[in-house]
Design a binder for this molecule. Structure first.
Ligand code: ADP
Ligand code: MG
Length: 426
């Protein structure tokens, strides 16, 4: 990321000058790499050579529209300590645009440029690992680097915890003030608010206050708001106001572009055939792509082997055939498990706690946790609004029972197979 934008400017016997696109870059590169560059220069030339930087703004005008497809969008121009709640690498510049995400990315970019005007509020939704947090934080970073205004980024979970804490500590007034006095409010993962009625109420009032004051709000959610079951109607209607944009899983071309970029960022020689192999086999989301890259790099580091197609095939065997790769849903699992035990999916979600229902329910929860990425909180919600501890307990029960009951493991395996087959057909 840093080196892409540097260039050779000139040199003499004692110094080397590199041009950088902004003073922000200069400071970053100087801090992070100057000693290493100088060390290398000395190694190569045998003499101490000082590295100097000169700021040469890039050709790209600051107000250029976001470059289309698979390119970067914003350049950082200011020297500023990073925003405390935002990751400084979650910027548009590092976000690869493809057909799957261009609507969301362009909307986010426009909001970052002109908060509080066109798309307010905005809600970005999509599955895990597709870039929601990256985009919402990129908005924050753009506004932040652009200058003024108070930007608050918070996950819905933190918002909830702070709210509960403020009631306990009788500091609710400060809490309200904090959130109602911001210029840009970014709330990540609002699906977490399900069933948290009082927090929803609080956010509802925060929303109204900010909305009336034309302050920008952006939310993210793991599914369309209409599909959140445990949300008050009035808060739902607030989220649905404004622009709702989705993130889809990246197609092959975009996956390839993303991987290629990450490989270049890490500056590790990985042949295109390997990138191709990984991108053909990992189709779910960017987080899974990143994880496989990390695994390959770690492997090649530890055993000091080059990353070849063979190495990738062998090292990523599990990931390539991993059921998490698929789009198995909780509903699908409930259906298969209910069928098997001659129950209805409604029974699994219902209140009854008779043994004939409770046990299949536990098995279903266990399989959900095994085959999907849903958190225990989310699983609980899909099983009739149960608490996450109930889910944890269910999984432990099934696991320990598998050790004592020799018929259980084959049953679970059979169910898992059926689910995977159903999913492959779907
Ligand atoms: P989500 O919040 O939707 O679960 P994240 O924003 O955390 O997903 O993204 C997961 C990882 O994938 C992050 O490291 C993010 O930087 C990266 N990522 C996602 N989409 C892209 C993209 N289009 N280009 C580059 N990196 C991406
Ligand atoms: Mg996220």
């Amino acid at each position: 990321m840093w080196f892409d934008n540097l260039g050779y400017e000139g040199s003499d016997a004692a110094s080397l000058t590199i041009h950088v696109p902004s003073s922000f870059y200069r400071d970053q590169v100087q801090q992070r790499y100057s000693p290493r560059i100088e060390h290398k220069l000395k190694e190569l030339s045998g003499n101490p050579i000082a590295v100097e930087f000169i700021v040469k703004p890039s050709e790209l005008p600051v107000d250029a529209p976001p470059p289309k497809k698979q390119q970067v969008a914003v350049r950082q121009e200011k020297i500023k300590p990073p925003h405390p709640q935002l990751r400084s690498d979650y910027i548009f510049e590092n976000f690869v645009i493809g057909v799957n995400n261009s609507f969301a990315a362009n909307a986010a970019y426009a909001i970052g440029r002109n908060p509080g005007t066109a798309y307010n509020p905005c809600l970005i939704y999509g599955g895990v690992g597709l870039g929601k947090t990256h985009l919402i934080q990129s908005i924050g970073n753009t506004v932040f680097l652009g200058g003024s205004g108070r930007i608050v980024y918070v996950t819905a979970e933190t918002f909830t915890n702070e709210f509960i804490q403020s009631i306990k500590n009788k500091t609710n007034h400060q809490f309200k003030n904090k959130y109602r006095s911001v210029d840009v409010l970014l709330v990540d993962d609002i699906h977490f608010l399900q069933n948290k009625t009082e927090t929803q109420e609080e956010l509802f009032h925060t929303f109204n206050a900010l909305y009336d004051a034309n302050k920008q709000m952006v939310f993210t959610c793991d599914r369309p708001v209409a599909e959140l079951k445990h949300l008050t109607d009035r808060l739902r209607s607030r989220f649905e106001r404004g622009l709702n944009v989705d993130l889809q899983p990246p197609d092959f071309e975009t996956r390839f572009a993303i991987m290629k970029r990450k490989v270049e960022e890490k500056n590790i020689p990985i042949p295109d055939e390997v990138i191709d192999l990984v991108c053909r086999n990992i189709t779910t989301n960017v987080r899974d792509l990143e994880a496989s890259l990390t695994k390959l790099i770690a492997y090649s580091d530890l055993v000091d082997k080059e990353i070849s197609v063979e190495v990738a095939q062998q090292q990523l065997r599990d990931v390539f055939s991993n059921p998490r790769q698929s789009n198995i849903t909780i509903e699908m699992i409930q259906r298969v498990v209910a069928d098997y035990f001659a129950l209805s999916a409604g029974d699994l979600k219902g209140k009854k706690r008779t043994k004939a229902i409770a046990f299949p329910r536990q098995v279903a929860m266990f399989i959900v946790r095994d085959l999907t990425e849903y958190s225990t909180t989310e699983v609980g919600l899909e099983f009739g609004g149960r608490d996450h501890t109930t889910v944890m307990h269910a999984c432990q029960r099934v696991e320990s029972r598998m050790k004592t009951d020799p018929t259980l493991e084959p049953t679970v395996n059979h169910l898992v197979r059926t689910i995977k087959e159903n999913n492959a057909k779907a």
